[in-house]
Ligand binder design. Structure first.
Ligand SMILES: [Zn+2]
Length: 339
């Protein structure tokens, strides 16, 4: 069974012209509701994430600041990151949707699920909102899995085109959460170098895959090379995915040039690795700013969750870039992480 936490907060209005806007979810909603192959999805409601759950990752000072800014009529936290009067509620509901998916997976018998909400979360650090992100959904979900369900090890895989710096910061010293992020090197926020590999007790539990621009669908082969052995060694109880789709070739913010097929196949590699370890799979929407592409990617991902053999509908076509040679990067990752 796959579940969907589909969050009813298109109402959260955006700054004019901002790429992270409610129309993203409207396009996804239309694609899902228009696809009869997705009628087998179970739907769960999340509600707003509790303060206690958020404080497992974030400082009280950050949460107070975002809440006060929203209650005061809104404002900006940095050049990219806005808060509207609805944002505190919207962000907590996006997070709560993912927690409901985790509950369905770890206690409700679902093999996997996808929380489709906004704004995204993976740039939000424990003490700082940034990069469109107010609270870090996947980080809160990993801690929720541990605190509420007794999960010992959680694997976070971030396939957004941007480095999941906030998630990395939350778990950098923690060996119980393995964070794997693939991202375009040099893109915002310019972190996520190969040698950022965890610290202290968490040394080795951060894996960064910084990629050249126009990597294209060759990324799928890199995932096949490194993710299964990492997962087999770590033996996660749960796999949480920062499912951003701005690595598509038509995305206005990213330059990785993948196709819809490639992006859905990335999820497929993660799904196979989770299945091989007997771990549940919980996905959380991150970026993806071409709304048509985003809708195709989310619908394709849901079909893949329901049926791993399902073909991908790819109305935007192949990635059309020469496959770069990623063997050196793959070897560096193997050497650095002892695979
Ligand atoms: Zn992104």
């Amino acid at each position: 069974m796959a579940v969907l936490a589909f969050l009813d907060h298109d109402a959260g209005h955006a700054e004019p012209g901002h790429p992270e806007r409610p129309a993203r979810l409207g396009a996804v909603r239309a694609a899902i509701e228009g696809d009869e192959r997705l009628t087998g999805l179970a739907r769960v409601e999340g509600g707003a994430a509790a303060r206690e759950a958020l404080e497992r990752v974030h400082t009280a000072a950050l949460l107070d600041r975002v809440e006060a800014l929203a209650e005061g009529g809104g404002g900006v936290l940095d050049a990219d990151t806005y808060v509207t009067p609805a944002s505190w509620d919207v962000a907590r509901r996006a997070c709560g949707g993912l927690l409901a998916v985790v509950d369905a997976v770890l206690a409700g018998g679902a093999a996997g699920g996808f929380a489709v909400g906004r704004p995204p979360g993976h740039h939000a650090a424990p003490d700082q909102a940034m990069g469109f992100c107010l609270v870090n959904h996947v980080a809160v979900a990993a801690r929720h899995a541990q605190a509420a369900h007794g999960a010992e090890r959680v694997l976070v895989v971030d396939l957004d085109a941007h480095h999941g710096n906030g998630t990395q910061d939350a778990f950098y010293d923690d060996p119980s959460v393995l964070v794997v992020s693939s991202h375009q090197a040099g893109l915002y926020p310019s972190t996520g170098a190969l040698d950022e590999a965890g610290g202290g007790a968490g040394a080795g539990a951060t894996v960064n895959l910084p990629l050249p621009a126009r990597t294209g669908d060759a990324l799928v082969d890199l995932y096949r090379a490194v993710l299964p052995p990492l997962a087999a060694r770590f033996r996660p109880d749960l796999v949480v995915v920062s499912a951003g789709f701005d690595a598509h070739r038509l995305d206005p913010l990213g330059g990785l040039s993948l196709s819809v097929t490639g992006l859905v196949d990335l999820v497929g590699v993660v799904q196979e690795a989770a299945d091989a370890q007997g771990a549940g799979l919980a996905l959380s929407l991150e970026g993806g700013y071409n709304t048509g592409v985003l809708a195709a990617c989310v619908a394709g991902t849901l079909r893949r969750l329901l049926d791993p053999t399902a073909p991908v509908d790819d109305p935007f076509g192949p990635s059309r870039c020469p496959a770069p040679d990623l063997t050196t990067l793959a070897q560096h990752v193997r050497d650095l992480h002892g695979l």
